[in-house]
Ligand binder design. Structure first.
Ligand SMILES: N[C@@H](CCC(=O)N[C@@H](CS)C(=O)NCC(=O)O)C(=O)O
Length: 211
C-alpha cells in the first residue's frame, strides 16, 4: 500500500488529492511544518532536504510531487486521469503538468518565504513585489488556455492535481486578479470536487488550509 508523508497546506496535498480521486487505499503520516516534523533524522533519510511530499510503496521511496503523481498513474489504475500518448490532449497535459513546478512555483515559493517563513525583520518588499509580478505573468497563459474549459485539457486530469493546486494556492494568496476570470472559475471547479475537499483538510483542524 502507498504511504504518503504529508504536511498540511503544502504540495503534498496534490498527491493526497490524486489518491482520493483514484479512490485508492493509502496510509498517511502527517508531519507538522516544524523543524522536529520535517528535519528529523527519520524524515531526512526519506528526503535529504526534509521536504514533502514523499511516498513509500514497498521497497520504493520517492519524493518530488510530479514524479510521485506520474509513478502512481503508471503503476496503478489511472482511471483516465492521464490521456494516452496518441491523444491530441497529451502534449498539453504534459506542458501544464510541468509548467506548474517550472514556472508557477518558483515565484510562489518566494512569496511564501517573504510572507510566512522569514521573520518580519528579514522580509524584503522589493523581492516580494517582484515575485508577485512574476507569478501574475506566469498565470497569464494559464488563464488564456482555460478559455471555455472547466479543466486544463477539458476533462479533469492529473495535470489539474499539479497546476490546479497551484492556482488554488495562488488564489488564496490573493495573486489571481479579477482579470483572470478563467482561473477564478477554474479554482471554483476544483474546490467543488469532493476528493479535493478531503485532501486539503487532511491534518488540518479546520477547513482553511492556509488559515
Ligand atoms: N519540487 C518539490 C518541492 C518540495 C517542497 O519544497 N516542499 C515544501 C512544501 S510545499 C517543503 O517540504 N518545505 C519544507 C521546507 O522548506 O523546509 C515537489 O514538487 O515535491
Amino acid at each position: 500500500m502507498v504511504k504518503l508523508y504529508l504536511t498540511p497546506s503544502t504540495r503534498a496535498g496534490r498527491v493526497a488529492w490524486l489518491l482520493e480521486e483514484l479512490e485508492m487505499d493509502y496510509e498517511l503520516e502527517i508531519l507538522p511544518f516544524t523543524k522536529e516534523g520535517l528535519k528529523s533524522p527519520e524524515h531526512r533519510a526519506r528526503h535529504a532536504l526534509g521536504r514533502v511530499p514523499v511516498i513509500e510503496d514497498g521497497e520504493v521511496s520517492i519524493f518530488e510531487s510530479g514524479a510521485i503523481i506520474q509513478y502512481i498513474l503508471d503503476k496503478y489504475d489511472h482511471k483516465g486521469l492521464k490521456p494516452s500518448v496518441d491523444s491530441d490532449n497529451y502534449p498539453y497535459y504534459l506542458q501544464w503538468f510541468h509548467y506548474c513546478e517550472g514556472m508557477v512555483m518558483p515565484p510562489m515559493n518566494q512569496i511564501v518565504v517573504q510572507t510566512v517563513l522569514l521573520p518580519p525583520e528579514r522580509r524584503d518588499e522589493t523581492v516580494l513585489n517582484q515575485a508577485m509580478n512574476l507569478l501574475s505573468k506566469s498565470l497569464y497563459p494559464v488563464n488564456q488556455f482555460l478559455e471555455n474549459k472547466d479543466y486544463l485539457i477539458g476533462d479533469f486530469s492529473a495535470a489539474d492535481c499539479m497546476l490546479g493546486h497551484s492556482c488554488y494556492m495562488a488564489n488564496r494568496f490573493g495573486s489571481v486578479s479579477d482579470e483572470m476570470g478563467n482561473i477564478k472559475k477554474y479554482v471554483k471547479n476544483i474546490e467543488s470536487r469532493p476528493a479535493f475537499q478531503k485532501a486539503i483538510q487532511l491534518g488540518n483542524d479546520n477547513s482553511d488550509p492556509l488559515g
